[in-house]
Design a protein around this ligand. Structure first.
Ligand code: SF4
Length: 349
């Protein structure tokens, strides 16, 4: 059993406290010490009687804490954190500091199993899933270190969040809880490369964070060149899961589309995309591709991205362009792990 108190929802904390014969309100104290005050030692949760704190520690309970190994700041204000976990694994997270929007891009795994060709993390060996506490702590530690009130989260850092489904969803619950950090579900986005079973499972939950699907191509042949996992999760299965999600939740899905020069950025592909997605409740984020070592892809010219966007909009879809941020520190989309962890790269497929 995971004895990290930071991995516990408020309900789970209440049940632990009840097992010790404690009053229910104490769970709220613990939760707020963990997620508002960012306290990382059971001994510092002073509303709990001293003997109670000692008993929790004796029984193996602890509070996880990531160690900041490095912090790099881009001239555009983006900050990349390199963290070390208790067992020596390294992960990266990014703080995007815009005027009234403070976003953290959270990692959910050490490395990734899916090997997307546009993504530096995809070239790293998969080591393990992050625990709920380690996902939650990225938000807590960055918030405390930067003195920022975080109001937006994207599960889009290292790893595929739906490949670490339970820990990710529990992190969403903890970070949205009114007794803690209160980051609303509409301000938390799970970004998946498109695992149909995970999307269906998410649609059947009692909470709905926002969902983004990285599509990158309107047909399986091209998609497989960019997202090798498409061989296992072909478009018909993915579209069927997306349809189920939008019908069940009545929520719109964001389609992430990385604009890669002469690969997927022609108006012909824009037209195919429209045909593919017509009738589904979606909008588009067109992402400027961020080159990284190991990939032969290049970024589309800005005017082609703009033409692609205009075409989608003229066809009745909402579309925005996500310009690169944090590129000089390799904190932009698809660049996490490109730098610091490059010695651990696996052979290119
Ligand atoms: Fe993994 Fe996401 Fe990168 Fe694909 S884009 S390799 S799923 S981290």
């Amino acid at each position: 059993m995971d004895k990290d108190l930071k991995s516990k929802t408020l309900t789970e904390l209440q049940s632990i406290i009840a097992d010790y014969g404690g009053k229910e309100y104490l769970a709220k104290y613990i939760f707020s010490f963990l997620h508002i005050q960012n306290i990382n030692s059971i001994d510092l949760i002073t509303p709990l009687p001293k003997e109670f704190r000692a008993k929790l520690v004796d029984d193996g309970y602890f509070i996880s804490q990531l160690k900041i190994l490095e912090k790099l700041t881009d001239p555009d204000g983006t900050v990349k954190y390199l963290f070390e976990t208790a067992d020596g694994q390294k992960i990266e997270s990014v703080l995007l500091d815009e005027t009234d929007r403070k976003t953290i891009c959270l990692s959910t795994q050490v490395g990734c199993r899916l090997g997307c060709k546009f993504c530096a993390t995809g070239y790293l060996k998969f080591e393990r899933n992050l625990t709920t506490g380690e996902i939650v702590d990225q938000a807590g530690t960055i918030s405390a270190d930067s003195n920022c009130k975080i109001n937006n989260l994207v599960y889009m850092g290292m790893g595929e969040p739906l490949d670490n489904y339970d820990s990710t969803l529990k992190a969403v619950r903890i970070l949205s809880d009114q007794a803690g950090r209160q980051i609303g579900l509409r301000r938390q986005t799970i970004s998946t490369v498109g695992l149909p079973d995970g999307i269906r499972k998410l649609a059947d939950e009692d909470i709905y964070p926002r969902l983004a699907v990285s599509l990158h191509a309107p047909n399986d042949n091209l998609r497989k060149q960019i997202v090798p996992a498409a061989s296992k999760y072909p478009l018909p299965a993915l579209l069927s899961a997306m349809k189920y999600y939008t019908q069940k939740t009545e929520r719109r899905i964001t389609i992430e589309y990385c604009m890669i020069d002469n690969i997927n950025d022609s108006l012909d592909y824009a037209e195919k995309l429209i045909k593919l997605l017509r009738g589904l409740h979606v909008s588009f984020n067109l992402i400027e591709y961020n080159p990284h070592p190991g990939s032969d892809f290049q970024a589309s010219p800005k005017e082609r991205i703009k033409a692609f966007k205009d075409f989608l909009m003229q066809s009745g879809f909402e579309a925005i362009i996500r310009y690169r941020r944090g590129r000089s520190i390799k904190a932009a989309c698809g660049q996490l792990g490109a730098d610091r962890i490059k010695n651990e790269t696996r052979e290119k497929e």
